[in-house]
Write a protein that binds this ligand. Structure first.
Ligand code: SF4
Ligand code: SF4
Length: 446
């Protein structure tokens, strides 16, 4: 694609990066076939190619975002299905991230929209505050139907019972319970701590059992993805910088072989820290190191090659591959191969490349489109007739779980179970638990 940025504009590194991306697009339109919003709406401006034109026009003319551009960029899920499809290697993620930052800086949204976005950006990354908000939401649940659409989504997100804080929330080292093979940092995240601490607990049990010292680094927290995708780059950069400092203190201290992430949405962002901080003289090298060390938990499990120690019941498992897993990190078959090796009967979800509508805060900000995608995803899953649904991203688990009665578990919970951990709570009533609760205690050390 021809561009006409001025030499002056190209002195801005973000403009230069976007210009290089735009020049790679050859307008072929292959990406439209796999874009969820184009599939639903059939509008060229809700396709990757249409959005690329809108972004080009906005950035090239150095003008504030207008309502039309904002509408179509806001409808983008950042699912990155277009990046998987594109034969020309167009890095749509970096382009739309730049556009969102530009929109946030130059466009004034209606007051209610600004309020909702600020609320989400403030509450979701803070686990204690988010837990309090979930308690409040639980009491408001019976009245959800009376609330405006987007507040309903927030209230319905609250689980029936709010989990207690977990031992894995605190900075510490969980020592290997087998001959030591790796020292890894676990990213315990933000919203996941409040909504599903069992995922971090299963990860710690599993990795320590497989010979890893697991560090929860002091000062590490939210990866910044939630605010990054809202264009709030100052906030997301601050979260990312805190993580980089926390993990590098460990890497430069007792050393780290990997930074393990069990929420693929966060993994995509942490793996991009190197790009996000490329112009930051103080943090560029450390950010690149953190991105290099970052692995999804299934990538590490592939290296550790766990063996099953129980024969799991013959459950039919539907594996939902999160967009951030398959498109963002290009991890496609690996989690399914791992589940098969551990004895599960795994089936990929039909039309698996299409987003479930979760997409960070998308289901809260764009509930109508998100609900249509949710229904489409659940219909595809239920067409398999599975006993269980497995996924590697909490956002998808919540989105899908709101629309089906089939139990949902995280991949690490299944791997933990098959290698000697407790049966995931969501599967109570399915199969037989063979071990005693005392076998599952997490051992902590200083
Ligand atoms: S990121 Fe997803 S929703 Fe956005 S343009 Fe690409 S395919 Fe479409
Ligand atoms: S597939 Fe790639 S090159 Fe073709 S229109 Fe889409 S982004 Fe551009």
């Amino acid at each position: 694609m021809q561009t006409s940025f001025t030499p002056q504009q190209l002195t801005d590194p973000d403009a230069a990066a976007s210009e290089a991306i735009l020049r790679k697009c050859v307008h072929c339109g292959f990406c439209t076939a796999t874009c969820p919003t184009y599939l639903l709406l059939g509008d060229e401006l809700d396709s990757p190619r249409g959005r690329i034109y809108l972004i080009k026009e906005m950035l090239e003319n150095d003008r504030p975002a207008d309502a039309k551009t904002v509408k179509h960029i806001d409808r983008c899920l950042s699912c990155l299905s277009c990046m998987t499809t594109c034969p020309s290697g167009v890095h749509y993620m970096h382009l739309v991230d730049h556009a969102r930052t530009h929109i946030e800086k130059t466009y004034t949204r209606p007051a209610t929209e600004r309020w909702l976005r600020s609320l989400l950006a403030f509450v979701l990354p803070r686990p204690s505050l988010f837990r309090l908000a979930l308690f409040g939401a639980r009491f408001a649940r019976p009245f959800a139907g009376l609330m405006p659409g987007r507040l309903q989504g927030l209230v319905r997100m609250a689980p029936a019972s709010i989990p207690s804080p977990s031992v894995t929330d605190r900075p510490q080292v969980f020592e290997a319970r087998a001959p030591r093979r790796r020292r890894v940092a676990l990213m315990t995240g933000c919203a996941q701590k409040a909504l599903a601490p069992a995922i971090n607990e299963a990860t710690v049990r599993l990795l320590t059992r497989l010979g890893c010292d697991v560090v929860v680094a002091k000062g590490a927290g939210c990866c910044g993805a939630l605010t990054h995708h809202m264009g709030k780059s100052d906030t997301s950069d601050a979260s990312a910088a805190a993580n980089i400092r926390a993990w590098m203190a460990e890497a430069n201290g007792d050393g780290l072989d990997h930074i393990v992430i069990n929420t693929s949405g966060c993994g995509t962002t942490v793996k991009d820290y190197g790009f996000m901080f490329r112009e930051d003289a103080a943090l560029a090298a450390d950010a690149a190191t953190v991105s290099r060390l970052a692995v999804d938990v299934t990538e590490l499990l592939d290296k550790l090659a766990p063996e099953p120690v129980i024969k799991v019941p013959p459950l039919k498992l539907a594996y939902h591959s999160a967009c951030s897993m398959q498109h963002g990190q290009k991890i496609a078959r690996l989690p399914m191969d791992l589940m098969k090796r551990l004895g599960f009967d795994v089936h990929p979800v039909p039309e698996g490349h299409i987003c479930c509508g979760s997409a960070g805060t998308y289901n809260l900000l764009q509930p109508e489109l998100a609900t249509r995608l949710q229904a489409r995803k659940v219909a595809n899953i239920e067409s398999l007739g599975p006993d269980v649904i497995a996924a590697g991203n909490l956002g998808c688990m919540i989105q899908i779980g709101q629309a089906t009665a089939i139990p949902l578990v995280h991949t690490v919970e299944l791997a933990d179970w098959a290698t000697g951990g407790p049966k995931p709570a969501a599967l109570e009533g399915i199969g037989v638990m063979k071990r005693q609760p005392a076998d599952y205690i997490i051992e902590t050390a200083a």
